[in-house]
Design a protein around this ligand. Structure first.
Ligand SMILES: Cc1cc2nc3c(=O)[nH]c(=O)nc-3n(C[C@H](O)[C@H](O)[C@H](O)COP(=O)(O)OP(=O)(O)OC[C@H]3O[C@@H](n4cnc5c(N)ncnc54)[C@H](O)[C@@H]3O)c2cc1C
Length: 372
């Protein structure tokens, strides 16, 4: 008999889990809160690491399509100081496929493929150990029972309380995101400064990072240490007020660098939260977590990669194991916790160095992870 499996959330974790189960002809219900795939902007670009995200795509049978869509040149990285002096200018070798970039929207569409996602199904609560199995309660009051419910519902997971009381804490670093469109034609000077990949400028307790997406789109992130209510005197919906607030924060930086903020359209406030490093829980039969729901960490290029590999591994563990669902989930959890714990420590320490009182820390971290 096939197990009744539901995955809550159709992000990178949930979709890879579903694609790999689908590849093994195992049915799975994908329950996604968004009413449709394009209900909100898909976000920026993701780098897919060779042994993580790319391995997950291989397990889903999607590596050739990924290679055709991804941008290896997007790995290029330039570092400036606040005066605009170039400190590092790293370009990948022609055959370097270690961490190519792909737009989130392209990755989502690739993963969706033949999947029959249930859109507009917002989960309110997951109740383990009922007579029918694990009960999923939806926001519209409906209920459905499964043998296994996988919480892949991100930072503010509604599945997590079924296994763990942990909640994300503010890291002390806030990010404000803005965008540039048609950068090569509308802002050629900025296009040259950004290059084919990213440019990062590190100052004391603040940084500006601009990253090229496909089609001449650029995402700019201002990162800085601040209390959560740093913008209490600003109307977050007033783009000009947010821009002025940011320009004041980065006062004294070179004009071409500040143009990243001056030319940006729309500002999105993203305070960075994280779950406790090495978050684990006592195993609960019939419920598990993966991706950000299990180990939300600062965005240093690992979260989606881990989420996807976990999705693939859990699916394989279920589809190719002995048939004992609980045994498959326990084995998966042990493997996930061991790997994610290391990344959680690395990214927490990395955030301290990237947004540090001493900008030399950021440069030293870059030299460690990206030796030329
Ligand atoms: C600016 C930024 C840049 C990043 N860059 C990278 C990078 O380059 N590489 C990398 O590996 N990681 C990166 N990350 C991290 C990465 O985005 C996350 O780790 C990743 O998206 C986690 O995937 P997930 O599937 O676990 O969760 P999510 O992507 O958050 O997906 C969760 C899904 O669940 C749905 N959902 C939520 N609640 C419910 C509910 N109650 N009911 C039903 N559905 C629900 C949501 O709508 C969503 O579709 C970055 C993060 C940020 C903020």
């Amino acid at each position: 008999m096939r197990h009744r499996i539901a995955v809550v959330g159709g992000g990178p974790a949930g979709l890879v889990l579903a694609r790999v189960l689908h590849r093994h002809d195992h049915p799975v219900a994908v329950l996604e809160r968004d009413p449709s795939p394009d209900a909100r902007p898909p976000g920026g670009t993701l780098d897919m690491h060779e042994g993580l995200g790319q391995l997950a795509l291989e397990k889903a049978g999607l590596l050739p399509e990924f290679r055709a869509l991804s941008r290896p040149e997007g790995q290029a990285m330039r570092i400036l100081d606040p005066a605009g002096t170039v400190l590092r200018d790293w370009y990948p070798r022609l055959d370097d496929r270690a961490n190519p970039e792909i737009d989130r929207g392209q990755l989502r569409d690739l993963l969706l493929g033949p999947l029959d996602v249930q859109w507009g199904r917002s989960v309110a609560q997951v109740v383990p150990r009922t007579r029918d199995g694990v009960l999923v309660r939806f926001s519209d009051g409906r209920e459905e029972a499964f043998d296994l419910v996988v919480g892949a519902d991100g930072a503010w997971s509604r599945t997590r309380p079924a296994v763990s009381p942990a909640t994300p804490h503010y890291t002390g670093v806030t990010m404000v995101e803005t965008s540039l469109d048609d950068v090569d034609t509308r802002h050629p000077g900025l296009a040259r400064m950004i290059g084919d990949g990213s440019v990062a400028v590190y100052g004391a307790n603040r940084a500006l990072v601009a990253q090229r997406n496909s089609g001449g789109h650029v995402k700019v992130h201002a990162k800085f240490r601040a209390p959560l209510d740093w913008h209490s005197n600003l109307d977050p919906a007033d783009a000009e007020a947010v821009r002025s607030g940011l320009l004041a924060l980065f006062d004294g930086w070179a004009a071409p660098v500040l143009d990243l903020l001056r030319q940006g359209t729309d500002f999105v406030h993203r305070p960075l939260y994280a779950l406790p490093v090495s978050h684990t829980w006592t195993h609960v039969r019939g419920v598990t977590l993966l991706g950000d729901a299990a180990h939300l960490m600062p965005p240093l290029g690992a979260g989606a990669n881990l989420a996807m590999l976990e999705g693939a591994e859990l699916a394989e563990s279920i589809a190719t194991g002995s048939g004992d669902l609980d045994e498959a989930v326990r084995a998966f959890e042990d493997q996930m916790w061991a790997r994610a714990g290391g990344w959680a420590r690395f990214t927490a320490a990395g955030l301290e160095r990237l947004v540090s009182p001493d900008p030399a820390e950021a440069l030293a971290l870059f030299d460690r992870v990206q030796p030329s």
